[in-house]
Design a protein around this ligand. Sequence first.
Ligand SMILES: *[C@@H]1O[C@H](CO)[C@@H](O)[C@H](O)[C@H]1NC(C)=O
Ligand SMILES: *[C@@H]1O[C@H](CO)[C@@H](O)[C@H](O)[C@H]1NC(C)=O
Length: 716
Amino acid sequence: MKFSLILLAGLCTLAYSAVLQAHKVKVDQEYIQKQKQIWHLVDHINQPSHYHEHIEIAKSYHIEDHVDQYTKADVVKKFTQYWKYGMLPKGEIFSIMYQDHMEQAIALFQMFYYAKDYQTFYKTAVWARQHVNEGMFLYSLSVAVVHRPDTYGIILPPIYEVYPHYFYNTEVIHQAQVYKQQHYDQQHREKHGDYDYTIVANYSGHYLNLHPEQSMSYYLEDVGLNAFYYYYHLYYPFWMSGEEYGLKNDNRGELFYYMHQQILARYYLERLSNGLGETAFFNWDVPVETPYYPSLEYPNGLEFPSRPKFADLHEYFYNYGQSWTTRDQYGYSPSNVKDAERRINDVIDFGYAYTNEGKKVALFTKEGMNVLGNLIEGNQDSPYQEFYRPIWYYARHLLGYSYQALDKHHVAPSALEHFETSMRDPVFYQLYKKIVLKFQRYKLRLPAYTEHDLTFQGIKVVNVEFERLLTYFEKFYSDITNAVYYTSEELDSNKHPHFRVEQYRLNHKPFNYKVVVKSDKETKAVVKIFIGPKYDQYGRHINITENRLNMLQFDHFVYDLKTGENVITRNSQSSYFYGPDRTSYYDLYKQILGAGNGQTDYYVDGRQNYFYFPQRFMLPKGTQDGMTFQFYVIVYPYVPYHGQQEHHEQDHRFNYPKVGTGGLYIDGYALGYPLDRNIKYEKMWYHIPNSYFYETKIYHKHSDDDNIHHHLHHEH
Ligand SMILES: *[C@@H]1O[C@H](CO)[C@@H](O)[C@H](O)[C@H]1NC(C)=O
Ligand SMILES: *[C@@H]1O[C@H](CO)[C@@H](O)[C@H](O)[C@H]1NC(C)=O
């Protein structure tokens, strides 16, 4: 079976509190100890650690004396070579999208991953915390924590609190630093719980209003949304071999497609709510209209590069006045993306890919979609990575309009070149639209679904009902203490000022919904619900064939149907795609300390882990007078996901799918089924008895707080 949450949610109707209870897992002292250690490791990441334990271990632990403590000796050799002959120094900017940085980060990750036991892993990590580049350390450590079996269930703190620089605009970071310097001046101090200062953060467009796309900055810059995308890439790094690290049971290639298709669908719903239309389509040969000014600054003070309006992507213009000879492969990004695009098109039309040994791999097979996904992502499982190439990788360098580095250790990556910040740039969506349409080029060659394919004999969805759907903005607080610097005395005494950010974020009122299904038998079924638009920004009806890819998966679960009428009740907390905000750094830290003293039993919410889409974004904003959306519900026969049966070692302890176990999959159908392909006749969509279209409005409540318009700036 799936992880128990789905089972539970599928079998009975649960009240909110019961659902939350189901996510709570009691943990032991060993877990608490590990959790505490991981949190200490990432605390004040931009400063050397002040913990005495760290200082001791970093001095006394010599990796080369412990080669036998690592499963693979050559991993140690490789790493020590990098260490001896030049790794990215501390204080420089790290990006996984630069080849040299990536190779070093992998070498470091392998040290963490192949450490034979937790103690060796921990000591290696402490050593690296003091010696290796901060960004690289954080990245490699985080990937190791989500992939090592003995750290399954350990919660990584919210990335926007570990690295506030990548999530909050320069004014916010600057403000925190000013207050830190003026700490003894009473003026701005105002105690709230543990916090001495509250900084009100605005989205970009508040100060400099430069482009209509900025009206969406509350969405593009949402810290939960960006964190979600970052976490997804920790679980499925493009450089990770599925064979070596046990990702084989998860169809990562297909997931790459589905993840981005869903991100695009969600974005379109939000655009419509703001009166904007389709995500633009761009062409490499035509200047890119959409500019981007990140308003972000690196911890070392360098600003994120920006892209001007009508940015020219031709090799000559893109590189004008910069070095683009043999120093840097990224100077050739315009050609690289075009090569990659042409090869992808060819391979789809041809129906076969080639491996590096020249073996043919058929694409129009059961596994074909996953192969194509690996090929387009250009990940380690691609049939021929060097030939097909990761198009997104070069495209991000190109569209980010970052500078060609003179030296591989001094790079200034654009927002697109970090997973933490890429969703802030509107061009991100334009790029992935191009990529998602490649997959559709493939899907359109598969047979369209017929009435026979989609009909579930004897099953009828007779009614669907949703409670009133209401969205609003609410204040959200996060800890940005890590954006400022402290002396070791301040850190040791923990008497230093604490900073928090207050920011408005979208949310919705909790709601219930109901699906009524008539069945002529007892059977195991799958219920899938999508939400999508009904009209475009001009109020024109969008025909379902064109609307297919705009439909966002809303809920998906296995259900045992009884004979007769089944009333299935769900609520906004039941869907397993959506997760709550992570607990703030300091709050969780205090809980752990309390639990570590043995004061109380300690429970962990499994949804603090993994890459859940933010719960608060389950509904698009809608409008004040109500905006029409539609839900599409389909009930189909249950077929298990093939990967799961092969893998018997699924771990359910923490109620979230352990990576590589196939636990992510609810059933064995294509991701996005049945909207992943065309259907034979347009009108047929409305004649499948086991499906249902339900139309409703989403309302947006304007806040009484006048200030909100300043903060969000969506009136411009
Ligand atoms: C955000 O906007 C408000 C209202 O204009 C202003 O008072 C506040 O200082 C701004 N925050 C920052 C960090 O600039
Ligand atoms: C719906 O859109 C598709 C794709 O553009 C088109 O082929 C089809 O004819 C349209 N259907 C109707 C009823 O207009």
